[in-house]
Write a protein that binds this ligand. Structure first.
Ligand SMILES: [Zn+2]
Length: 293
């Protein structure tokens, strides 16, 4: 494990990068790392993450009691504590409000489609934890449902949370989520989103091991569901927590890419989601104008 002074400097650097990239505004966001079996190093309350200094950090125990530091720990400390309690493997936690990913969290759209191989091999699917009032006990409750099976999640109408086996690992997952959100947004604006087939997703799952990536939870195929890999009863444990990941990946029938929902629907297959492309909207508009004449 890195020395305390290195970790303090690393938190300052990660905060600076998050602020520079617009992942946080004003005093938003928070960062923590494990210092030892029962000690955490954490950003303090009410400071801009872009302008921190190493001496500002707080040291707490896993119950949230402050052991050292002039300032009080982050207002979202309870969420961080819950993650460390649920995931002994996690060494660092990063929380921010990256605008595109947070837009998906506001729209209630999870980033759970099989679109990019890198995202599938590192994070898998990125669910949305239910809305909870920030800084209250509700937020750790909402996070607990997904944290055992996911290294990154959106927080409804709030932001995003990532964890890692070191601080930079957790931070890079935040970058991946925001990058993925931007790409997904552009693809949807362009009106088409081809998905990786289920078979290709399974192939990527097998490759995870050879990349040396330790994913928290597998994606498992269960027959009988078309778009999702597992049924609801299979993907939750006794406490209702997610025990595996759900990824939207249609059957490919031999092809690695599968046409998106709009085209699938046009082919007459059943699908709950209806999205209109720009071209379809224009056609509707022309029809409407014609009917008025
Ligand atoms: Zn926040």
């Amino acid at each position: 494990m890195s020395s305390e002074s290195t970790l303090r400097a690393d938190i300052v650097e990660v905060g600076r990068r998050m602020y520079a990239r617009g992942y946080t505004a004003s005093n938003d966001g928070n960062i923590s790392v494990r210092l030892g079996p029962d000690r955490l190093l954490m950003t303090p309350k009410s400071v801009c993450k872009g302008f921190m200094t190493p001496d500002m950090m707080c040291i707490t125990d896993l119950e949230g009691r402050k052991l050292q530091g002039d300032r009080d720990p982050s207002s979202e400390m309870l969420m961080h504590l819950e993650v460390y309690r649920q995931r002994p493997d996690v060494q660092a936690v990063v929380h921010a409000h990256p605008p595109t990913a947070t837009g998906f969290a506001v729209a209630g759209i999870p980033l759970d489609r099989a679109v990019l191989a890198e995202v599938l091999t590192t994070l898998g699917s990125i669910p949305i934890a239910e809305y909870a009032t920030p800084s209250t006990r509700e937020l750790p409750e909402a996070v607990r449902k997904y944290i055992k099976a996911h290294d990154g999640m959106l927080l409804a109408n709030h932001g995003a949370l990532t964890v890692g086996s070191d601080l930079y690992g957790a931070y890079y997952k935040m970058e991946t989520i925001e990058h993925f959100a931007k790409i997904s947004l552009v693809a949807r604006l362009l009106g088409r989103e081809n998905l990786l087939s289920r078979e290709e997703v399974m192939r990527l799952q097998e490759l995870r091991g050879s990349y040396g990536i330790q994913a928290p939870a597998p994606i498992c195929a269960v027959p009988g569901t078309d778009l999702e890999f597992r049924s609801v009863s299979d993907r939750t444990g006794a406490a209702g927590d997610a025990t595996c990941q759900t990824v939207q990946a249609p059957k490919g029938d031999g092809s690695r890419l599968v046409a998106d929902v709009v085209r699938r629907t046009a082919e007459g297959r059943e699908d709950e989601e209806i999205r209109l492309t720009y071209r379809e909207l224009s056609a509707l508009l022309e029809d409407a104008i014609r009917s008025l004449r």
